[in-house]
Design a protein around this ligand. Structure first.
Ligand code: SAH
Ligand code: SF4
Ligand code: F3S
Length: 437
């Protein structure tokens, strides 16, 4: 009888791609994807713990499966990823949800297939969290679900220890895949017809870290030279490692999208220092100036945190100032969330929630106004969209231009995977509406 899996993913793009790897392992065991949790034989929660609400969200959803499990004893429930990788959290999960069959972390994700087999054949539950051993699994066969886009890991882990961030604790030390394996994977994806490749790492700029033959700009350039029409993106860049060489490579290779995500976090030097970001607001502006010298039309996006311990009104004003001066095309904005075990969690001046709320509202308003302003400039222009989906509600196809802007358009025939020229008729905040030309 056909068996089905259902995967629930939380968190970053890295996790989305890791869910594709989980799907790959489950299909090797004979499972097929299904959209409804109630129809699944195995449900996997691939979790995130970057902020408290991501964690609460996962806890809530796992809790809701208790009833389903009591009706269907043979349902296998697995919880993995960053949340259980935190010290003590696997035990907490097991205690709170004794009906969960498999608990695994980030360092043994590639063993999930083995754990599921143990559960299927020997009815054994598995709770296994491994330490970071520096291991890189190179024989993964992800079941890709985002055609025409494909994600490719280039580094794992992080060495930066930004004082607010849990990632270095749950993802281990930074390690780079071999350039030859990355290039081979990219070549295979282009040959299979994928139209956009996004290179993934917590800090792609430090790729190689002295251990590989190629630096990040050289790797990027090498992939951009692969024959065929496709786009190349990368995320995330850490400003401290963003180099002139990289700006130059972007300018010389039209396949690399003119869109860089460069998280700044704050515009205040005092806060940046306390965050352990290793750059000042001026350093950041200088890097942007270099990037814009080489790639004048480059769109910029960023991540921002408000309410970091000790952040004063003046510090926050500096963030607003910086956001205005850079003129981002969009930004992810977050309220600081205390993560146990990080340096910032021990800082005395935690900011009251009401203050953070007021600040985030102001910041979101500013970011939205910049986004709207830039969107309006698109009206009347023709842009090339890589069509990546169909929105049933709107009865329109959608995709992004090379600057990362989302555009909607009508089409009589299936356009997914096509590069389509559309003339923009209307701008709605972040997204654009146009017609095929
Ligand atoms: N490696 C990437 C992304 C890390 S997580 C980078 O360095 O940019 C994505 C974003 O989540 C971060 O850029 C930061 O803005 C935010 N973030 C991380 N930890 C957080 C915390 N404790 N509270 C609020 N936001 C946080
Ligand atoms: Fe977290 Fe900083 Fe590493 Fe990004 S660079 S994952 S914010 S520690
Ligand atoms: Fe990503 Fe969340 Fe882990 S942002 S690295 S899934 S903590």
């Amino acid at each position: 009888m056909q068996k089905y899996f259902h995967i629930v993913t939380y968190g970053c793009q890295m996790n989305v791609h890791e869910s594709e790897k989980i799907a790959g392992m489950l299909s090797e065991l004979g499972y097929k994807n299904c959209n409804e949790m109630t129809e699944a034989d195995i449900v996997v929660f691939n979790t995130c713990c970057i902020r408290e609400n991501a964690e609460n969200h996962a806890f809530g959803n796992i809790g809701m499966l208790k009833k389903l499990k009591s009706q269907r004893r043979d349902l296998i429930i697995a919880v993995g990823g960053c949340l259980p990788q935190q010290i003590g959290k696997a035990g907490d999960l097991h205690e709170k949800f004794p009906y969960v069959d498999i608990i695994f972390g980030t360092h043994n994700l590639h063993k999930l297939k083995e754990y599921v087999q143990l559960k299927e054949k020997q009815k054994k539950s598995v709770i296994s969290i491994e330490e970071d051993s520096g291991f890189i699994c190179e024989d993964e066969k992800p079941l890709r679900t985002s055609y025409p886009n494909a994600w490719v890991n280039i580094t794992y882990g992080c060495n930066n220890f930004c004082s607010y961030c849990i990632v270095p604790y749950v993802r281990g030390r930074e390690r780079s895949r071999k350039s030859e394996n990355i290039i081979a994977e990219a070549e295979e994806l282009v040959a299979k017809g994928y139209k956009e490749i996004t290179l993934l790492g917590q800090n792609v700029n430090s790729y190689g870290n002295g251990t590989d033959d190629l630096s990040f700009p050289r790797l990027l350039e090498r992939i951009a030279k692969i024959e065929g029409k496709f786009r190349l993106r990368f995320m995330t860049s850490h400003p401290k490692d963003f180099s002139e060489e990289l700006a130059k490579v972007i300018s010389e290779n039209p396949k690399i999208c003119r869109c860089v995500h460069l998280p700044v976090q704050s515009g205040s030097d005092v806060v940046l220092k306390a965050m352990n970001r290793k750059y000042t607001a001026q350093d950041y502006k200088n890097k942007i100036a270099v990037l814009r010298k080489y790639v004048p039309d480059c769109a910029l996006t960023t991540d921002l945190i408000v309410g970091f311990p000790g952040e004063t009104d003046e510090d926050f004003e500096k963030t607003l100032e910086l956001v205005r001066s850079i003129n981002y095309s969009s930004a992810f904005t977050f309220v600081y969330s205390k993560r146990n075990g990080t340096v910032a969690a021990g800082m005395p001046e935690q900011i009251p929630e009401e203050i953070s709320k007021t600040r985030i509202m102001k910041l979101v308003e500013l970011v939205n106004s910049l986004t709207r302003e830039q969107s309006l400039k698109y009206v009347g222009k023709t842009v090339e969209i890589l069509c990546e989906g169909y929105d049933e509600k709107k009865d329109m196809y959608l995709g992004r231009d090379e600057f990362g802007r989302m555009g909607y358009f009508k089409s009589d025939k299936d356009a997914i995977g096509d590069f389509v020229n559309i003339k923009i008729l209307k701008a709605n905040g972040v997204s654009l509406v146009g017609e095929r030309v």
